[in-house]
Design a protein around this ligand. Structure first.
Ligand SMILES: Nc1nc2c(ncn2[C@@H]2O[C@H](COP(=O)(O)OP(=O)(O)OP(=O)(O)O)[C@@H](O)[C@H]2O)c(=O)[nH]1
Ligand SMILES: [Mg+2]
Length: 314
């Protein structure tokens, strides 16, 4: 009997901040591996999710949004995103179609305009790299079909792409077709991960990410995105539970009361929601302790970068 042919490879999802990359990766994998918020620049380092389609294993690389970077962390994020694309077998450029359409019709917000500029930068970068990407127009749930076609034609005319998909990562429409296509594009070879593994991220890091998501979801208006979460302790308890200690770093003393909230209510909310999700994810009781530290220069601390796969000197 001959062995069944298997395929395995890497598919990088790149795109402007907030295009929906992490939502798409979670949708393709079928469980949560990467955090999602309404804020731009949520994803800070490449996150690997593992999806299976037939006999193919697709290792999805969720990348930080690509934009014009100014600070050190921004530079490291953008470099990591392009690095993810360079190393992958196939690249999907995910575009927020609603933002693009807004720009085309002259009714765009400043965020939409920024997004459209980032899309241009990425298209140019793909062309310079000399390889064709898959274009995936996302958020089609927000748009009429005729607007989508015009948009798709305009982007395809740049010659950076060899295929176009129209999807909604949020409601799943079109995602199955994209997944089948990615599976076909994987090179022949043995799988990289066991069949039941969906993510490749250390559990301490994932735990910190979940708390960061709740933090951003709760204080996205008040708090600039300069906050980080670190898991400082992760202990298995004799009763089968996990005891997790985390520190939230903010850059200014003035941010501390925002995170604490009145009578500590905000921090309590963040902790409760994070604990709930961690309990489900780890499938055991979780005792979570959160601390807030002010560290003006956390973005300039070298230790923060390499554990998550970012280059400090980008
Ligand atoms: N309506 C709609 N919203 C979507 C869709 N996909 C993602 N979103 C929303 O878009 C926002 C950004 O989603 P993310 O998945 O965090 O986007 P991202 O590209 O990973 O963002 P960064 O990590 O910041 O670069 C969230 O509020 C999502 O719920 C979609 O298909 N339709
Ligand atoms: Mg993301």
């Amino acid at each position: 009997m001959s062995e069944q042919l298997t395929r395995a490879g890497f598919a990088a999802i790149i795109g402007a901040p907030n295009a929906g990359k992490s939502t798409l990766v979670n949708r393709l994998v079928g469980s949560k591996v990467s955090i999602v918020t309404q804020k731009v620049q949520t994803t800070r380092f490449p996150v690997r999710g593992v999806a299976i389609e037939g006999s193919s294993q697709i290792v999805l690389v969720d990348t930080p949004g690509i934009f014009t970077p100014r600070r050190r962390l921004d530079r490291a994020m953008v470099r990591a995103a392009w690095g993810g694309a360079a190393d992958a077998d196939t690249v999907v450029h995910l575009v927020d179609a609603a933002a693009e359409a807004g720009v085309a019709e002259g009714q765009a917000s400043s965020a939409d305009k920024r997004s459209a500029q980032d899309v241009e930068t990425i298209t140019a970068g793909l062309k310079a790299a000399g390889r064709k990407a898959t274009l995936a127009l996302n958020k089609i749930d927000l748009l009429k079909r005729d607007r989508l076609l015009a948009l798709s034609e305009a982007l395809f005319a740049t010659e950076a792409y060899d295929e176009v998909f129209m999807i909604s990562a949020a409601n799943g429409s079109g995602v199955a077709d994209l997944k089948r296509r990615l599976a076909e594009r994987m090179p022949e070879g043995p799988w990289f991960y066991p069949a039941d593994q969906t993510a490749d991220i250390p559990v301490r890091l994932l735990a910190a990410e979940i708390t960061r998501e709740k933090l951003f979801l709760r204080v996205h208006e008040e708090l600039p995105y300069q906050a980080a979460v670190e898991t400082t302790q992760f202990e298995e308890r004799p009763d089968g539970g996990a005891r997790i200690e985390q520190t939230i770093y903010v850059q200014r003393e003035g941010h501390r009361p925002i995170i604490l909230g009145k009578g500590g209510q905000t921090l309590k909310w963040i902790g409760e929601h994070s604990r709930k999700e961690l309990t489900e994810l780890l499938d055991r009781p979780v005792h979570l302790f959160l601390h807030v530290n002010v560290d003006e220069r956390w973005q300039d601390r070298r230790e923060f970068y390499s554990p998550v796969g970012l280059e400090f000197d980008a």
